[in-house]
Design a protein around this ligand. Sequence first.
Ligand code: GAL
Length: 415
Amino acid sequence: MKTFKTCLTSIALSIACATASAGEVEVLHYWTSGGEAAAVNVLKQEMESAGHTWTDFAVAGGGGESAMTVLKSRAISGNPPSAAQIKGLDIQEWGELGFLTSLDDVAAAGNWDSLLPPVVSDVMKYDGHYVAVPVNVHRVNWLWANPEAFKKAGVDIPTTWEEMIASGPKLKAASIIPLAHGGQAWQDATTFEAIALAEGADFYRKAFVEHDEATLKGPTMVKVLTTFKQLRDLIDADSSGRDWNVATSMVINGQAAMQIMGDWAKGEFTAAGKKPGTDYVCVAAPGTAGMFTFNIDSLAMFTQSDDSRAQAQKDLAAMVMDPKFQETFNLNKGSIPARQGMDPTPFDACALASMDDFTLSAEKGTLVPSMAHGMSTSSRVQGAIYDVVTNYFNASDITAEQAAEKLARAVNASL
Ligand code: GAL
C-alpha cells in the first residue's frame, strides 16, 4: 500500500501544477489531540507541498467553544484568518454577517454537487452559495469499549442504557472506572443527546431541531434526564474539566471500560496503534443501533483582500475535496469522507460500519444532526441546552422534572 506521504505528494503535484502563484493560508482550528493533530498535519503538508505557506492557528479546547471565541475577536478586529473550522448552523450565522467568500467556482470545477449528498452540501452553502468545504462526516452516537476490561469484570458490553447502569458495580469491583467522561458542557451534551436519540429519531428531531416545547418538558425528556443523571454513578470523582482525549486514553489503557464519544475518539485509538475488534470495540451508543448522529467538520473561507491569499484559499478548498486527501485525513481523524464514492478498502471495520449506517439511516429517516456539535440548532440554543444539562448533571438539588421545565424555558428564550 502506498504510504501516506506518497499519496500526499501526488495530490500536491496535481495542485501545484494548477497553482499559478503561491500564497499564505492561516487556518483556525481546534484539532489539537494526537489523532486530530495527525489529521490536520495532512492538510498542512499538502498545502506546503503545493508551494503555499501554512500558518497554523490552533486553539485548544474540545468542542471548539474557545476557538469560536478567538475567531469572533479576530473577525471583529477586521483580521480574520483565511479559513476556520466552522460548521453546521454557525456557517449561516457567519454568512449572514458578510464575512465569508464564495467557493462556487471551486465547487463547480470540482463537481461538488455531484460528490456530496444534499445533507452535507446544504450545510456548506449560505444563500445558495458554497462558503465552506467539508472535510469529513463524524458519527457522534458511538460507545468505545475496552474488551479486556469487560472480560476482567465478567460483564457484557451494554446495548441498552439500563445494561450500562447495571454493569457499574461489577466493573467497579474489578477496580475499573465504568464510564470515562470529561466534565465539560459539550461532553455532557454529547452523552445527553445519545440518550435522547435512544427514544427515537422523531423524538430527537422534535426536541433539538423543532424545539417543540411539549417534547422538551414532556415525560419522555424526564425519562432521558433521569437516565442521564444515573450515569453519574459510573464516572470517577476526577472527571470535572477532563479533556475528552484524556478520557479516551483511560479506555485505551484499561483504566476505564467505555466512553460515549464521537468517532474523533477513534483517531486517538489509531494514534496509539490500537486495532478495532481486538484492542477496542466500537458499537452504537446504547439503544441507537442503525441510527446516525452526524457532525460534519468544515473549513469556512473568509474574504481576503490579498489576491495570493485568495488564490491559496481556493487551492485549499480544492485540496480538501481531493479523494486522496479525503482518504488520508479521515484515516487519521476517525471520521468517514464527506466525498461520496470513495474506495472503502483502506478503512477499518468501525469506519465501514459508519459508512453503511450513514447510508442506511438516511434511507430509514434515522439520520439526525448533532445538537451537541452545532448541526441541529443555533449556537444560542445549543448554549442554552448546554447550561441546563450540565448544571442538572452536576447539581444534587434539581429533579429531572425541574430540569425538563428549565430546558423548555431556556430553549424558548433563546429562539
Ligand atoms: C467536535 C469536532 C471534532 C473534534 C471534537 C473534539 O465538535 O467536530 O472534529 O474536534 O469536537 O474537539
